[in-house]
Every structure is written in C-alpha cells, then in structure tokens.
Ligand binder design. Structure first.
Ligand code: ZN
Length: 87
C-alpha cells in the first residue's frame, strides 16, 4: 500500500468535508438579503495543475442562490482561492 496515496486521499477528503461544512452553515443561515431559503446552485470549475486523483474533487464549487431574490451566496472554500470583492 502506498501511504502517500492514502494520505493524499484523506487530505482531499478533509478539504471537501471542510467546504461542505462551511456551505451547510451558509445554507442554514438563509439569504443575507431577504432571509429566504437558499438553493444549491454550484458552478463548474476547471481544475489545473493538481494530481489527477484530486481532479474530480475540484470540478465544482459549492454555491447557493436565494429562492426568492436570486442573490448568489458562495461560501468560503479551502479548495479554491477567494475572489476579491470589487468596490
Ligand atoms: Zn434573498
């Protein structure tokens, strides 16, 4: 058994679970504009420069849209760099 591969898979699993936990906290809090429920509306990403075994875990970023006002809510992520807010 290759311990490096096992460690890599555990690490990626940790990253995915951390993102899912932060996303669930955002979803549970509801829309920051109107307080309504959030619906999952993740968007695709194109992973580059990572081990092939990791690629499948980096093909989407969790995100939500408000069920009423459609405001997008993208939770923080440990898998993807943050986008800077403009203005
Ligand atoms: Zn809303």
């Amino acid at each position: 058994m290759c311990h490096t591969t096992l460690l890599d898979s555990k690490f990626v699993e940790f990253l995915v679970r951390t993102d899912e936990k932060m996303a669930e906290e955002m979803r549970a809090a509801g829309c920051t504009r109107c307080g309504s429920a959030l619906h999952l509306n993740s968007f695709p990403r194109k992973p580059r420069g990572m081990p092939p075994a990791w690629t499948e875990h980096f093909t989407y970023r969790l995100s939500f849209d408000c069920s009423v006002c459609s405001k997008r809510h993208t939770p923080p992520s440990v898998r993807f760099l943050e986008q800077c807010e403009q203005g």
